[in-house]
Design a protein around this ligand. Structure first.
Ligand code: AMP
Ligand code: MG
Length: 413
């Protein structure tokens, strides 16, 4: 039987068009909730945050030392100042008596009347007086009020995924809770009569199911809640039943396998029967038979079964789809131009995403290498790799030329 989709009349959809087609069909799906900062870590911020205070709230000392006024500096030599008070972090000092210095510690507020701090290592202390020869300027060793954040400043943008430093910044302005989007529920199942779970004996003709674990990890890395429906046999009935169940339990359904054109591939037909298929088959390698559609109001994305295709198409398509549904701000990763440490002499009509690693060449310059075996069944390539080299349709590469390198982390953080 000839495959209609390989004929020129039914062109495969190019990467950029597929990405737009996919992400423009969906919007933020999840509601919002308030979470304490620590629980908000890794979640998506639902409202832009402004600071209600200055950070630091007052001028304070950047050093352990002595606060004084630069008017008291003796231009002709030694400056000698009696120490009139002591201010530790957490205390407030009194007005500085003219012609004196205040013992002060890092983070303690500068007393009114002082305008500089000299480091303790730069003075000699004798009989309750400090002696020094240096010339200091107003503001030296003082962290001014609002140096980090001024009241009213925007500190965090809606749609960001909250990282350690983000919740730290929120805490620094006194926020206890943050409004975040609720977790996206992603249903997943895996088709293939050949699949066996790890821990079971491997009968002849069977292979261990790896996609379930890869996909679990990928979904977790994007902060999703997972509805795992496990393995599904290669029949249309079983596939339809799993699809329906997943669509009622999740905001998005992701499957692996059974999207190709073989007699044992039922996922695409199940979607067409139960809902709508929006796109199928892309001009990319690996991952050509990817399918995208909808059942009831649940988005569905069917990934090919080959383990490398799962990893690559998740990065390229599922990640942006999930980010859009999660209310996250995202941009298509652009990659960086790096010298190729390999030849790629055979052009392909599909855009290729080779598993690759950043290394250095003989001159210590950055160069990108690719895994020897780029077969879509060789999962080792994804473990060896740290990113993809993107090879455009019809492109060939000679060692030393620049290629586009996209690190995995851009897709998965
Ligand atoms: P399919 O897309 O169903 O034709 O599967 C393509 C290839 O991927 C076949 O060699 C399958 O055996 C393999 N495959 C499918 N699902 C999995 C899985 N969950 N784990 C490992 N390999 C799989
Ligand atoms: Mg299959």
């Amino acid at each position: 039987m000839t495959n209609q989709c390989d004929t020129p009349e039914v062109p495969l959809l190019p990467y950029d068009e597929a990405l737009v087609a996919l992400t423009s069909r969906v919007t933020t799906l999840v509601g919002t909730t308030q979470k304490p900062l620590m629980q908000a870590l890794g979640e998506i911020l639902a409202e832009t945050q402004q600071a209600g205070i200055n950070v630091p709230p007052a001028d304070n000392s950047a050093m352990d030392g002595y606060a004084f006024n630069t008017d008291a500096i003796n231009d002709n030599g030694d400056t000698v100042l009696p120490v009139s008070q002591r201010i530790a972090a957490g205390e407030t000092g009194a007005n500085l008596t003219t012609g004196t210095a205040a013992r002060i510690f890092t983070g303690a507020p500068i007393p009114p009347g002082a305008n500089a701090v000299i480091m303790q290592e730069q003075v000699a202390l004798e009989d309750g007086h400090i002696h020094f020869q240096r010339d200091l300027q107003p503001g030296n060793n003082i962290r001014p009020k609002g140096n980090d954040i001024q009241s009213g400043d925007t500190i965090l943008q809606k749609g960001c995924r909250l990282r350690a430093q983000d919740i730290g910044l929120a805490a620094s302005v006194g926020l206890q809770n943050l409004p975040v989007y609720e977790k996206l529920r992603v249903g997943m199942f895996f088709t293939g009569d050949e699949l066996v779970e790890p821990g079971q004996p491997l009968a002849a003709g069977k292979i261990y199911d790896s996609n379930r674990y890869t996909l679990y990890g990928l979904l977790k890395s994007l902060g999703c809640e997972i509805v795992d429906l496990g393995l599904v046999g290669d029949t249309l009935e079983a596939t339809k039943a799993a699809m329906l169940e997943a669509s009622t339990k999740a905001d998005l359904v992701v499957t692996c396998g059974g999207v190709s054109v073989g007699e044992e591939d039922h996922v695409r037909i199940a979607i067409e029967t139960l809902g709508d298929l929006f796109l199928w088959r892309l001009r990319i390698k690996p991952g050509k038979p990817l399918a995208f559609g909808q059942i009831n109001n649940t988005s569905f994305i069917g990934l090919p079964g080959n383990p490398v295709s799962v990893f690559a198409t998740f990065c390229l398509f599922v990640s942006p789809l999930i980010k859009t549904l999660q209310g996250r701000q995202w941009q298509k990763p652009q990659g960086v131009a790096v010298k190729a440490a390999f030849d790629w002499p055979k052009p392909d009509s599909r855009r290729e995403f080779l598993r690759a690693r950043l290394e250095t060449d003989d001159h210590g310059e950055p160069a990108v290498s690719i895994y020897d075996n780029q077969d879509s069944g060789v999962l080792t390539s994804t473990v060896w790799g740290q990113g993809f080299v993107e090879i455009a349709e019809g492109q060939t590469v000679r060692a030393g030329e620049l290629v586009n390198y996209l690190s995995y982390s851009q897709f998965l953080e």
